[in-house]
Design a protein around this ligand. Structure first.
Ligand SMILES: [Zn+2]
Length: 298
């Protein structure tokens, strides 16, 4: 299925997580005004085709809507908002992290559940979809049934959910919430248009639950660290450069399993305090990955 006439996708080269090499930006327009979903990286050359497209059609851009704060989505917002003289909208929970890219006067931390941004007859409704980051937002257009999913659902592969930004339990709730929307197609931030969003979302749910079962089975034989689990689950399958993603993905599962009361930490970490109160500094993360033992609650 092609996208409706009111939206144009721009795959902009960004330093994102492999295998993706680009971020999709979506320009929603009625032919005279427009809003942009996500802003790519701060790289004027990569943004040039988009800027030329807007200039050639004499479009007035009224706002930039960010799905979340990660640099391959938000870092270009400062440059573009200056260029077009428009505000940048973001969920309040991700606003602080966007401040470094966008000066305070341009940043509008007002994207909450149900916020509507309209262009002509097209209404984009913000849907809070936390999990990848605390303030991740998707956008829903109900006339054509188009969902813009940011990093919540991708066109290829799965999205990474892990500390410090990600929270798996929250993310699984988000996927179940997205299943309630009658989406005909989804525009992800990475990869091709998703033709059958609900089957992709169901695949994401089953993939996470399978991984969870695999971790529980490994812990059933004896306590293990994240690094041990990684060796069992992924060894030889992941390049060194993305090992940190795999480590934090497994840690994300263990955090959820602890919250579910199925796993406990038995040694190696600082005082055992409720996992929700933790601040994930890089040093903390290293300790969690290489020293903390996790065991099954029996
Ligand atoms: Zn992201």
């Amino acid at each position: 299925m092609a996208l409706p006439h009111w939206v144009t996708a721009f795959a902009v080269k960004t330093p994102t997580l492999p295998p993706a090499v680009a971020t999709n930006l979506y320009l929603v327009t009625d032919g005279s005004e427009g809003v942009l979903i996500d802003a790519g990286y701060s790289d004027p050359e990569a943004l040039r085709p988009l800027i030329d497209h807007v200039l050639e059609r004499n479009l007035r851009i009224t706002g930039i809507l960010l799905t979340h704060h990660h640099p391959d989505h938000a870092a270009g917002a400062g440059y573009l908002s200056e260029h077009w003289d428009c505000p940048v909208h973001v969920h309040p929970a991700d606003a602080e992290a966007v401040h470094k890219y966008v000066p305070g006067t341009r940043l509008a931390p007002d994207l909450r559940e149900g916020t509507v941004h309209g262009v002509g007859g097209v209404k984009l409704v913000a849907v809070e979809t936390p999990g990848h980051t605390p303030g991740h937002v998707s956008f829903w257009e109900s006339n054509d049934g188009i969902l813009f999913t940011g990093d919540a659902v991708l066109g290829a592969g799965t999205t990474w959910i892990g500390p410090p930004d990600g929270h798996l339990g929250t993310y699984l709730d988000t996927l179940r919430k997205l299943l309630t929307l009658p989406a005909q197609a989804a525009g992800p931030a990475h990869g091709p248009i998703i033709e059958d969003p609900s089957s992709r979302i169901r695949y994401y749910l089953s993939h996470r639950l399978e991984r969870e079962e695999q971790i529980l089975a490994l812990l059933a034989s004896h306590p293990r660290r994240v690094a041990d689990l990684l060796a069992c689950i992924y060894e030889g399958q992941i390049p060194a450069a993305t090992r940190w993603v795999a480590e934090r993905t497994i840690l994300g599962h263990l955090v959820k399993l602890e919250e579910d009361g199925r796993v406990i930490r038995t040694s190696g970490s600082a005082p055992v305090k409720p996992i929700r109160n933790l601040v994930w500094t890089n040093e903390e993360l290293e300790r969690w990955i290489h020293h903390t033992m996790f065991s099954l609650v029996r």
